[in-house]
Design a protein around this ligand. Structure first.
Ligand SMILES: Cc1cc2nc3c(=O)[nH]c(=O)nc-3n(C[C@H](O)[C@H](O)[C@H](O)COP(=O)(O)O)c2cc1C
Length: 170
């Protein structure tokens, strides 16, 4: 397959090409949840999640400053990272669009600091917000892991704009 090279000039960034190049990096898919006004559950589909440190236990993710739900994450000091399984594509798609009703008919329980935990996930990291670092058009969230759990379920994968299941181990 042909490579496509781009030089980034301060005056002009080709956003479509840059997004396409970022999308070459295959990731898992998470729904990150918190509590909003009047303790309403809030959640966003996020693939910028990454582990940072074992000691202390830290993770990061980045949130668009333009996301309608961003205010909830700025006001509440706890969040949960729900790592989604490959049978949860419909849930992930629901949380990837603005809606006042994302939790309709969805089972969830209350975790650390009351934050919503989704069912049927691969892993969960319940975090206290340690820092919010504005960078460009996003804010980087650093979370300290207060509780976590994991299962043997298969994860949902995101690559080049499509959801996939994990292939065989090499
Ligand atoms: C696979 C996938 C990964 C995403 N990752 C991020 C991300 O890391 N950061 C982000 O701000 N938005 C990300 N989004 C977009 C948000 O899910 C989308 O803007 C959503 O509408 C935000 O929720 P809100 O509208 O309730 O604020 C992603 C979307 C998809 C489909």
């Amino acid at each position: 397959m042909d490579a496509c090279a781009h030089e980034v000039r301060p005056s002009h960034v080709d956003h479509a090409s840059l997004r396409q190049a970022f999308g070459c990096f295959a990731t898992g898919v998470t729904v990150i949840t918190t509590l909003g006004d009047w303790d309403a559950p809030v959640g966003i589909t996020i693939n910028s999640f990454s582990s940072v440190s074992l000691d202390p236990p830290l993770i990061l993710w980045s949130l668009s400053l333009r996301a309608p739900s961003s205010g909830a994450f700025q006001r509440h000091d706890g969040f949960a990272v729900n790592v989604m399984s490959d049978d949860a594509k419909h849930v992930v798609e629901r949380f990837a669009r603005p809606s006042p009703d994302k939790f309709r008919d969805l089972a969830w329980t209350s975790g650390f600091m009351g934050v919503p935990l989704l069912n049927d996930v691969v892993a969960t990291f319940e975090c206290r917000t340690e820092s919010r670092i504005p960078k460009g058009d996003h804010e980087i969230y650093i979370g300290r892991v207060e509780r976590f759990s994991s299962t043997e379920r298969r994860p949902l994968v995101f690559h080049r704009g499509s959801f996939r299941t994990l292939g065989e181990a090499l």
